[in-house]
Design a protein around this ligand. Sequence first.
Ligand SMILES: C[S@@+](CC[C@H](N)C(=O)[O-])C[C@H]1O[C@@H](n2cnc3c(N)ncnc32)[C@H](O)[C@@H]1O
Length: 405
Amino acid sequence: MDEYKSVINILTNVYNGKNLSEELSNYKNENNIAKIKFLVYGVIRNYFSINFYIENITKNISKKDLLLAQIGIFELNESNKPEYAVVNNLVDISNVSSKKFINWLLREYQRNSELLKKAVEKNYSLKYNIPNWIIDILKKQYKKEYKIFLEGFNFHPAFGLRVNNRNKSVQEYLLILDNSGINYKVITNKICLNQPLNIKDIPNFSIGDVSIQDIAAQYLVDFLNKNNVIPRKVIDACAAPGGKACQILENYNCELIALDINNNRLEKINQNLNRLNLKATVLVGDAGNKNWWNKEKVDLVVADVPCSASGTIKRNPDIKINRSYNDVLKFVETQRKIILNMWECLEYNGFLLYITCSIFREENQDNLLWFRENIKGFNIIDELQIYPTEYNDSLYYALVKKIAL
Ligand SMILES: C[S@@+](CC[C@H](N)C(=O)[O-])C[C@H]1O[C@@H](n2cnc3c(N)ncnc32)[C@H](O)[C@@H]1O
């Protein structure tokens, strides 16, 4: 029962524009964090259909009662609590003046749910719980393939593990998982666990044999190798928390500057480097200017730029509620500023690896074309777009060579 208060606080803050992961991190030491997460993620993932159910029952509802109704309907649909207990619990925590109303609303939902669910099936925004503005763009940009995204975004977030090549091979680590009775899938030599685990339960995590990283992000090294890029000097321009920087250091003998604008997130890079026994120069700075730069050009700039993160909707479902198309356009501006600036840190015949976890062409293919038109010697070598599946998020990679004209 205690969890309801926390869930109501978190949902209220997210509806006011706060970031869901950050809000949840304030509760990470609570005993009932698993229940809190179950309810918060559940309501936000199913936000559009739940609101449709409520609107069909009543048009007149206070903000507080709306939250209780959302939680109640999610629990009635998805939890294994008996239905009478769900209704009783929510009535118990309602204000005195709302008890009758919440009881009526949830009972009304129970009576009509079959019919309402049929109506939801007919509307993709409700069925997949994705806002119409995203569906419209997906249809325009991906034609028939747009449904791959809608379906991909409705899986539970996958739990990828990246094996540190400097310590173990994937095969060696799989034996450790087998011996620990941990179930997994292997996809193109990358590991996805069947169930998420706490860090302390991941075998050999603390000694740096593995890191948590989505499979889509693990394609970085395959993509570089496929194009025969073997970096010696690297700047990772948007590096925190250091997933891709560490992956590069695990696979290539190179020097690396890990830059990020967010000082608080630098600590995460350092923790990862220490745990994995890797070395890099970690700097705070804005990749949109060169105040931090030592004027030494490099042969690889990795720009895993700030973006709409729309490819990670299943992991960050608040994006569906709080992001708009205008945000996408603002990210495009930042991305352009970063690439225009970082281009000058690259030596001739060096490579830019541009990465986003966005599904929108504006931040990906269209941006690349803009760069090609506006930057001299911008020679696009290869692109890779990974669609969301049960096992991975969606990611976009582009490799560009800087040629002298
Ligand atoms: C997608 S995340 C990077 C993830 C990271 N590459 C990894 O694999 O772990 C984007 C990062 O860009 C940083 N960032 C945003 N604007 C920036 C800027 N102007 N200069 C440098 N870093 C920036 C954010 O703080 C955030 O850590």
